[in-house]
Design a protein around this ligand. Structure first.
Ligand code: PRX
Length: 654
């Protein structure tokens, strides 16, 4: 950690109290929120136990709230049993069976409404189909689907029978898919022939075939949903159409009651070293915080139409598409396509047509739509919107203000929610009926969440605007349980300092005079591209796997829309191209990285040099490379470089 100087430069002092119209409708009053904070402060475990009894239906009620005997492997509600799918679906049947659970809109504009009753039937039928394929409690199932209702049905069906799902984002390559299949030793893959995105077909089945050709011996069956209808190969004995798998299956499926600590899912995320980590989440604790955050941060009401634009391939799509909103009986929107197809009005057109009241998206999307101009959103009726949210990366105040004024017409609070794949649910975020928001700040920790800033010794930083390491000092229900199959990596990644007492988020932040948190960025070698985490090491490994590449170093540089752009410094086997330019090779390497990881990881820029700048001990001088990528003046001591002539090469000037 010592390499990093944490300095904060952002100054922003605009304040936005909640709008009176919003307060009128809320169920979270200032008094109620104060009481929640107070009871969490008095007894954190009793507070969560109380929430868990109120918010979840248990088949076997828990007696123990938290088992810390094997910290940091905390076990919440360990002797309780429940089922996540039951808590999402069956609970709605008595009162809300005919309520719309899902409004699905396809890329081409096709719309389906699915009621809670129908969703229950479809999940049960598919759960029975999974059982018929030999899937039972604890088996891992990979879901590699387009963003369609069936992706959520597949997740819920796994949850219903205690199978552990691992959703792989449809934009990931065959090689990334294979890594995840092999790490989970999944028995079954659920995919589709393809999906539609921006008028194009995304090949999913053929990518799955490529992944399976090269290994993945654990996979016995592949269930294929027919979405596009284009020709694909089906392998006899292994591949089954979804509709055939469902043939003759019963529409009732008794949930399998699992321990609260039973893994609900594994979701892979990038770290600073090695391959992506399989973040393992529990059933009870995870679902609890997905629900409490729906209430506190999204103020969810029975009449809301809730649209979180994230794909189910990311944690946001787990907590705020597949689980949290359904467990609170909401109506959700699921969208297959992209915000700019057929034009940059797509989101606003959908908000108008589906009468969306809560809209949750990423700063990168806001910045892209902001560039398209205010006339586009201004031509739609956005009056049903009452709350706006953002997630994934720091939102710059300019984009926050645009969102607030142009989309929210100054009446919708904006909730900037800080959390991570590992935290499972919102940790630091405004409670929109109470919190005075400030553009660019995720404000305060939620009730029961003990977030703090500490210095390298683990001592709390109390001075205002002083940067520090963001930590969470007490366990919380939806916390990561471990890294799948690698307990040591879990310990090393999240509990490496402070005697293993505090969860290290990997972000730096500051707190202002009023105690509001301002996230400053990552402290490790992780990039945040369009709100998605990418390990620099992962991209470097992909590059050096190419026969022409001897060595590479990857850093981020600020990007107007994506937040960060990927810049790769590459040393080739053999000669450096003349003047450092070889467009054909650059394109080849970009495509290669796309194939190895996925399109989001493609470097925006590749610079070739004779070697990489290293310290005497042989470590790559990453800070220097970051400065160079940003075009900043070089202030570091470069006298240790073997060959100072590489500096102009790294700068792209020679
Ligand atoms: O750096 C923080 C940033 O995204 C990281 C978590 O990434 P991931 O696990 O992919 O989850 C993204 C969706 C929850 C964090 O360590 N981050 C997330 N939300 C914010 C943020 N940075 C600033 N402000 C946020 N609201």
């Amino acid at each position: 950690m010592s390499e990093h100087n944490i300095e904060s430069t952002l100054h922003e002092d605009r304040h936005f109290p909640p709008h009176a119209d919003f307060i009128k409708k809320t169920s979270i009053t200032t008094e109620k929120l104060t009481a929640l904070y107070k009871s969490a402060e008095i007894d954190n475990q009793a507070f969560w136990a109380d929430q868990a009894r109120t918010e979840l239906d248990w088949q076997t009620p828990f007696k123990t709230t938290l088992d810390s005997s094997n910290a940091p492997f905390y076990r919440w509600f360990p002797d309780g049993k429940l089922n996540a799918s039951y808590n999402c679906l069956d609970r709605q049947l008595a009162q809300n069976a005919d309520k719309t659970a899902i409004i699905f809109e396809g890329d081409a504009g096709d719309v389906q409404h699915i009621s809670y009753r129908e969703l229950h039937t479809r999940v049960c039928t598919f759960a029975n189909a999974l059982k018929a394929q030999g899937i039972s409690k604890g088996d891992r199932v990979i879901i590699y689907m387009p963003m369609i209702a069936e992706a959520v049905i597949a997740m819920q069906a796994c949850a219903r029978i205690g199978a552990i799902h691992s959703v792989v984002f449809g934009g990931f390559s065959a090689s990334s898919l294979k890594d995840r299949i092999e790490d989970t030793t999944a028995k079954l893959v659920i995919t589709a022939d393809g999906g539609h995105r921006g008028g194009k077909i995304i090949q999913l089945k053929s990518t799955t075939d490529t992944a399976l050709e090269s290994g993945c011996d654990s996979v016995e069956k592949v269930i294929v949903f027919k979405r596009t209808g284009h020709d694909i190969a089906m392998q006899a004995g292994r591949d089954i159409w979804w509709s055939d798998a469902e043939q003759d299956q019963n529409a009732e499926c008794e949930p399998v009651w699992v321990e609260a600590t039973h893994p609900l899912f594994i979701l892979y995320t990038s770290g600073s070293t090695g391959k992506p980590k399989g973040i393992q989440h529990s059933t009870g604790g995870y679902l609890l915080n997905a629900i409490t955050s729906m209430r506190w941060v999204f103020d969810i009401q029975p009449s809301d139409v809730f649209w979180c634009t994230a794909d189910v391939g990311w944690i946001t799509g787990h907590s705020y598409v597949a689980y949290g909103p359904l467990a609170t009986g909401a109506t959700i929107v699921i969208f297959e396509g992209v915000p700019t197809y057929p034009d940059a009005g797509r989101f606003w057109d959908m908000c108008q047509r589906h009468q969306v009241s809560i809209f949750y998206t990423a700063p990168t999307a806001i910045r892209a739509l902001m560039k398209a101009g205010a006339d586009i959103p201004n031509s739609y009726d956005l009056s049903t919107l009452r709350l706006l949210g953002t997630v994934g990366e720091p939102i710059n105040p300019e984009a926050w203000m645009w969102y607030h004024t142009v989309i929210g017409k100054e009446k919708c609070p904006v909730v900037d929610t800080w959390w991570q794949t590992e935290t499972g649910a919102h940790m630091i975020a405004p409670v929109p009926s109470v919190t005075v928001t400030k553009p660019g700040s995720c404000t305060r920790a939620l009730p029961g969440i003990d977030a703090a800033l500490v210095n390298q010794e683990g001592i709390e930083i109390t001075e205002a605007n002083q940067g520090g390491y963001l930590v969470i000092r007490q366990p919380w229900p939806s916390m990561v349980q471990t890294v799948w199959g690698d307990d040591q990596r879990y310990k090393d990644s999240y509990w490496p300092y402070f005697d293993g007492k505090y969860y290290l988020a990997g972000d730096s932040a500051r707190r202002d005079e009023e105690g509001y948190f301002w996230i400053m960025g990552r402290i490790d070698d992780v990039l945040n591209v369009s709100g998605h985490r990418l390990g620099t090491m992962e991209i470097e490994s992909a590059l050096v796997a190419h026969p022409r590449v001897a060595e590479s170093a990857v850093v981020g540089k600020p990007h107007d829309i994506k937040g960060e752009a990927v810049v790769a410094f590459v040393v080739l086997n053999g000669d450096r191209p003349d003047g450092g330019i070889d467009e054909a090779l650059t394109e080849e390497l970009r495509t290669w990285v796309g194939e190895q990881i996925g399109a989001i990881a493609k470097p925006d820029e590749i610079r070739y040099s004779d070697n990489l700048p290293k310290t005497r001990s042989g470590k790559i001088m990453r800070r220097l490379l970051r400065n160079i990528a940003k075009g900043e003046e070089i202030t570091q001591d470069t006298s240790t470089l073997e060959n100072e002539s590489i500096l102009p090469q790294l700068e792209g000037k020679a």
